[in-house]
Write a protein that binds this ligand. Structure first.
Ligand SMILES: C[S@@+](CC[C@H](N)C(=O)[O-])C[C@H]1O[C@@H](n2cnc3c(N)ncnc32)[C@H](O)[C@@H]1O
Length: 281
């Protein structure tokens, strides 16, 4: 298998160009860069779906392209050269490392960033990345200019794109509901860790706590594990709590926060700008 070259492109040379021509060329380069910057997130999505970081983690050492390809699950006729191009992007972005073996082969390894895209681990951002890059989640971005022209009086970008608001959509599409909730759980773990260490006195002083818009209980499960004396209520839309796993110390309650919320000693709410805008408008 051929060796992959990972050298950065050499600096551009502008032989015989006027200052104006050089500026014009550099302006073009900048536009091309942003025109195609989605390649980073789609490449990242592909390596998460293919579980490349998990393969490297399982072996505990850098692997060659062919070793990685051999370990990809459900790949009856893998395209190694396309994977090589994707890995090249990921190495440039420091998601993976690349080093040359004694035999001149390129070996790919984990970096501090790739550890956050492991699938089979608790502290990971992989589910959030899969959510952010899912067409249902991403396609509303194509309506930004329309919203700038018209405002949201005829609906949000999400509504214009799908004909439903985001939290109706989670109720209509079980796969999107699952992706959304898992994305929230993985970020809730990261945030909860900081909240739990920083808010010790607060949690010690309360007996009951309600998480409003708590998803499938990701934040509360961490809080209750650290403070088992707390009776917790995870409150969210009925179709969300219907898929929530059972946790000791947590009662899942379905409802609409704009109608009423269960009472408790304290309310926990992870700030979400869009909801705050809705509440205050
Ligand atoms: C950004 S998510 C946050 C999830 C969770 N708090 C977390 O941090 O992982 C917002 C949550 O609010 C819920 N939600 C939206 N509208 C709601 C409503 N009217 N009543 C109750 N929950 C609602 C959504 O289903 C979703 O789970």
């Amino acid at each position: 298998m051929e060796t992959v070259l990972f050298n950065h492109s050499p600096p551009l040379e502008f032989k015989g160009l006027s200052k104006e021509e050089e500026d014009s060329l550099l302006g073009q380069v900048e536009i091309w860069r942003y025109m195609t910057c989605f390649t980073d997130s789609v490449a990242l999505k592909a390596v998460i779906e293919l579980r490349i970081a998990d393969i490297l983690d399982r072996y505990g050492k850098p692997l060659s392209l062919s070793q990685i390809v051999e370990n990809i699950e459900d790949a009856p006729s893998p395209d190694a050269s396309l994977l090589q191009r994707v890995l090249r992007v990921m190495v440039r972005r420091k998601i993976f490392s690349a080093q040359e073996s004694e035999t001149g082969e390129t070996l790919f390894g984990l970096t501090r960033a790739s550890k956050w895209i492991l699938r089979d681990t608790k502290m990971t951002l992989a589910p959030m990345l899969l959510l952010e890059n899912h067409p249902i989640h991403l396609n509303p971005a194509h309506y930004i200019s329309e919203i700038i022209r018209e405002g949201t009086k005829n609906g949000t970008a999400f509504f214009k794109c799908h004909g439903h608001e985001q939290f109706e959509m989670t109720g209509l599409d079980p796969e999107y509901n699952r992706l959304f909730n898992e994305g929230m759980v993985c970020t809730a773990r990261v945030v909860s860790k900081a909240v739990i260490t920083g808010y010790k006195d607060g949690f010690n002083q309360i007996k009951s706590l309600v998480d409003v818009g708590g998803g499938i209980g990701g934040s509360l499960s961490e809080i209750v594990r650290a403070y088992p004396h707390i009776n917790a209520i995870n409150f969210d839309l009925p179709h969300v709590v219907a898929t929530a796993p059972k946790f000791d110390g947590i009662t899942h309650v379905g409802g609409d926060m704009f109608v009423s919320i269960p009472s408790a000693d304290a309310i926990y709410m992870k700030v979400y700008q869009k909801l705050i805008n809705t509440i205050s408008s």
